[in-house]
Write a protein that binds this ligand. Structure first.
Ligand code: CA
Length: 230
């Protein structure tokens, strides 16, 4: 499995530097955005595995980014705030952040919080029942009921078709290789034919795409794998 990729959104260069240093030392892959605008242009291309988000940012503030992220994915988020007012913390958590830290904080403490959130999220994802419903233009995916609606009519999916769709849709625009999909949907069972993934993608397209030969959502990235385009 590849490293967990963390986007650190922080406009104070020295803090961004020390945080990314500690995260890298802890084995994470780190990308830094120094403004809300820069963060959004990164996130619109690809949502990473984890986001650490300062609240007070130039251009787009951290809470707006949290809200946007929650509309588009269930990526774990830790909000960093300089203000001790409860309102910031609560607003961040109510908007869907997984945890928060108050400045000044020790970088080691932040690393521990990241690990704790990843453990919690990992547990949640083991039972795919949990998690919030994802809504895109014409598609709704509810992991609790395992119901998928396309243009307001329900689509019948097998268990594995659902698991694969839910995995891809939780990470819009992120490309998954066949091996990653086998690992995460089928538990990496070695006796599974890699062609299984191709077959499942084709069936999903037949059930969900208005023109399965020209898919708009379940996209093949040639030579790499598949991604979900919202
Ligand atoms: Ca700031």
């Amino acid at each position: 499995m590849s490293e967990t990729q963390i986007l650190v959104v922080e406009d104070e260069p020295s803090l961004a530097e020390v945080v990314s240093l500690y995260l890298k030392r802890a084995g994470f892959e780190v990308q830094v955005a120094s403004s809300g605008g820069q963060a959004m242009s990164i996130l619109e291309k690809r949502i990473p595995d984890f986001v650490i988000l300062d609240v007070m940012l130039p251009e787009v503030d951290g809470l707006s980014i949290t809200r946007w992220l929650r509309d588009h994915s269930d990526v774990p988020i830790i909000v960093v705030t300089a203000r001790r007012e409860e309102v910031d913390r609560i607003a961040g958590l109510e908007m869907g952040a997984d945890d928060y830290v108050v400045k000044p904080f020790s970088p080691q403490e932040l690393v521990s919080r990241v690990r704790a959130v990843l453990r919690r999220v990992g547990r949640d994802q083991l039972g795919a029942e949990s998690g919030k419903a994802l809504t895109f233009d014409s598609i709704q995916i509810d992991p609790r009921t395992r119901v998928v609606m396309v243009n307001e009519s329900q689509v019948e999916l097998t268990a594995k078709e659902f698991d694969m769709l839910h995995l891809l849709a939780r990470h819009p625009k992120q490309v998954f290789t066949r091996d990653q999909l086998l690992e995460r949907v089928w538990g990496g069972a070695e006796y599974i034919d890699p062609g299984t993934v191709t077959v499942h993608v084709r069936r999903l397209r037949e059930k969900m795409e208005s023109d399965p030969s020209k898919p708009k959502h379940l996209i093949t990235v040639w030579g790499v794998g598949y991604k979900f385009e919202p």
